[in-house]
Design a protein around this ligand. Structure first.
Ligand SMILES: [Zn+2]
Length: 369
């Protein structure tokens, strides 16, 4: 299923969290019928209801139709409430089956499905090497007999409390702690290995080497997205930002202008997701960030971690608008106009009035001693 990605799943599955739990052992392949691959998904409720999920065999070629016409479930959620909504959304049982299919992409499983292939390579040249192939995971050393299990600081954590974070059991593995220069170079490396998708989030952006690496990935057929702060991109102080975004847009990168949690907030995260590798920290995608002490981390995501990151990026993208050519033009004109403005502004006559008054009062009080 070349079209199947974490993006597709995150967009279409109503309850991704539950789907991920069900994918962890509640899906059982059943014999195929003429038109479909069949799966039984046991529900989380105490009664242990089982639902049959049918995946049309035509799904192996391409997603030319709605997702709901390819996969269906007998549960009330799928057949009643989601059907009413009219959106192309599926239930958690379908989500669990899709996640299992996605997993076979990484690790062959007993599921009777063909292993999905990465997106087709458009440009000529060597096929990008999947990092997963280059770095086979080795089993770690066995713990010494009688080794104490480290007690977790989170045993008392109130996961239902206000602003509680969701704690993952197996989110992934920390691969590196990076400085600004290392992080930016790593971004270029990871993008050169991207197979299926890459998403970069930025507040400030002017780095040419990352721009080119994103464009090259897009040219190979990787789905490349950029989530940038709308206001800063259109009229902020990073001089080259719109020129870079324009270049990305021209190369088929989807550039989304986003905002913060509310309209007064900003998109301030600086992250890069390349397939299963996630780099995040304080490093900006700018030249000036290279002079700073920045701190970024690179994580190899496990399934649970990948879903958590995808879900968060999806949330950040919501309400974002694709950058248009008209916006590029007007933003570049605005920045040109600013450049031609005189640098120094006549100081106001009373500019130092408060400071003067303060220093006069201070010298008087000192003289009095
Ligand atoms: Zn269902």
């Amino acid at each position: 299923m070349p079209w199947l990605s974490q993006d597709v799943i995150a967009l279409a599955v109503r309850n991704l969290h539950d789907a991920a739990i069900l994918a962890g052992g509640s899906v059982t392949p059943k014999p195929d019928t003429l038109m479909s691959f069949n799966f039984e998904v046991s529900s989380q409720t105490v009664g242990g209801k089982r639902y049959l999920v049918r995946l049309q065999k035509s799904c192996v070629s391409s997603l030319t139709t709605t997702l709901r016409s390819l996969i269906s479930c007998g549960c009330p959620g799928y057949t009643i409430s989601l059907a009413k909504s009219g959106a192309d959304e599926v239930c958690k049982h379908c989500g669990a089956v899709l996640l299992c299919c996605l997993k076979t992409h990484r690790r062959p499983s007993p599921l009777s499905l063909p292993i999905p292939q990465p997106r087709p390579i458009i440009a000529q040249g060597r096929a990008p090497l999947a990092l997963t192939d280059a770095q086979p995971s080795k089993p770690g050393p066995e713990p010494a007999a009688g080794a104490a299990v480290p007690s977790s600081v989170f045993t008392d954590y109130d996961s239902k409390g206000e602003e509680a974070a969701e704690l993952l059991k197996g989110g992934g593995r920390l691969l590196s702690v990076l400085s600004a220069k290392q992080a930016q170079r790593m971004a270029v490396y990871l993008l050169s290995k991207a197979v299926a998708h890459a998403t970069l989030s930025a507040f400030t952006f002017d780095l040419l080497m990352v721009t080119e690496a994103l464009n090259e990935a897009a040219a190979r057929g990787v789905a490349v997205k950029l989530l940038v702060d709308g206001k800063h991109s259109l009229g902020g102080t990073t001089a080259m930002q719109m020129d870079r975004l324009d270049l990305l847009r021209d190369h088929g990168v989807e550039v989304y202008l986003t905002q913060g949690v509310s309209s007064t907030g900003i998109q301030h995260s600086k992250s890069l997701l390349v397939d299963r590798y996630f780099m995040i920290g304080s490093t900006n995608w700018t030249n000036s960030s290279r002079n700073n002490h920045e701190l970024s981390v690179l994580i190899e995501l496990a399934d649970e971690g990948a879903i958590a990151v995808e879900t968060r990026l999806q949330y950040m993208k919501q309400g974002g608008k694709l950058l248009t050519k008209a916006q590029v033009t007007s933003s570049q004109a605005l920045r040109e106009e600013r450049k031609s403005r005189p640098k120094s502004v006549e100081p106001k006559s009373d500019r130092y009035a408060t400071a003067k008054r303060f220093s006069i009062a201070r010298s008087r009080s000192l003289n009095r001693v």
